[in-house]
Design a protein around this ligand. Structure first.
Ligand SMILES: C[S@@+](CC[C@H](N)C(=O)[O-])C[C@H]1O[C@@H](n2cnc3c(N)ncnc32)[C@H](O)[C@@H]1O
Length: 331
């Protein structure tokens, strides 16, 4: 068996049959094989974000239907002077899942001489871009970037070791909504650990009329569909995948009322098989791969979650019609 470097140029399908990636050190491959082996197939949403995925996410943020970004930016702008009053001068700011680093700039410009900004991001291209942009715009600020997963305790410890014990953790974008209860509690505990004796400013999307939520994840231009399918293209290019993406899969977002969440799925258009690194997976017509959750909270349900992670709400800022909320959390 030949070993291939997944970073090399894409392989043609006949070559993909002959070569194998070593699963040992490849977490992406491990997670994909595990997710596709389940009765109800899943793929973790953190793998959406390669360079193409990060670009598509930025395009989603510009869509009329995707109210999340615009609502949160306006909420930050409208309340920034009040928010700033709760944050001490010279603070260290940490943003897990910092993306393109747009929202953080509103905070950096309003706070009293912030000392440092640390981005912890899984997408290399997004991290490179945000760190470079923020360094350029805020020359007096110490800017650090760590490429990695914020659900990985090792990365949390690395940042904790290099920062003080009184930090502001910024977690906007309703990224917390991507996690089921147990995972969300772990993520909140990680944020709490990063904050030390400090605080967490977190953006949370709130439950709203069904159509508004469904349209946000089923946009007319098909950008969300491309974002969802990009995960399969990524498997093809990085994991020796043989998947006819456009021919065999369609994007679907639904609202799961019982779990109060939007779910994104990739639906098989027909009975067919795929290969990932030589392993076969069969799909029936209509079968789904569940790729992402976006939980929609009420104040009460989020407060319960925060409490389970040992956090309490110190302050709240709501968007009009309670469409979105920024919570300041502390231990
Ligand atoms: C919904 S976007 C939010 C981006 C930005 N914080 C904002 O509010 O616009 C989620 C970001 O988190 C990153 N991300 C997702 N899962 C991650 C993980 N487990 N560890 C680190 N970064 C992650 C993605 O690459 C993406 O940039």
């Amino acid at each position: 068996m030949n070993m291939v470097d997944p970073q090399l140029a894409p392989l043609s399908n006949d070559i993909k049959n002959d070569v194998k990636i070593d699963i040992k050190d490849n977490q992406f491959l491990k997670d994909v094989l595990q997710g596709l082996s389940q009765t109800n197939k899943t793929l973790p949403c953190k793998y959406f974000y390669d360079e193409k995925g990060s670009q598509l996410f930025e395009q989603i943020c510009e869509l009329d239907e995707y109210y999340v970004t615009d609502t949160e930016i306006k909420l930050l702008q409208n309340n920034m002077s009040d928010i700033a009053k709760f944050i001490q001068p010279n603070c260290n700011i940490i943003e897990p899942g910092s993306g393109a680093g747009i929202k953080i700039q509103l905070l950096l410009s309003a706070l009293d001489q912030p000392k440092s900004f640390t981005a912890l991001e899984i997408s290399p291209s997004a991290l490179k871009y945000s760190v470079a942009t923020i360094k350029k715009k805020y020359p007096a600020l110490e800017v650090n970037g760590l490429l990695g997963d914020f659900t990985d305790q090792e990365n949390i410890n690395k940042i904790k070791g290099s920062q003080g014990n009184n930090n502001l953790v910024f977690f906007p974008g309703s990224t917390i909504g991507n996690f089921e209860v147990d995972q969300a509690i772990t993520v909140l505990k990680n944020l709490s650990s990063l904050a030390g004796d400090g605080q967490i400013l977190i953006g949370v999307d709130l439950i709203k009329p069904l159509n508004t939520m469904l349209e946000a994840y089923n946009d007319k231009k098909g950008i969300t569909a491309a974002f969802n399918k990009n995960l399969l293209h990524r498997i093809n290019s990085e994991l020796n995948g043989q998947i006819e993406v456009e021919q065999n899969f369609k994007h679907q977002s639904i609202f799961n009322a019982e779990k109060s969440r939007i779910e994104m799925h990739l639906i098989s258009k027909q009975d067919h098989s795929i290969k990932v690194n030589g392993v076969d997976f069969h799909f029936k017509e209509g079968e789904s791969v569940h790729t992402e959750n976006s939980h929609k909270y009420s104040t009460t349900s989020f407060e319960r979650l925060a409490n389970l992670a040992g956090l309490k709400i110190k302050q709240s800022w709501y968007a009009p019609n309670k469409a979105f909320v920024l919570f300041l959390l502390e231990k």
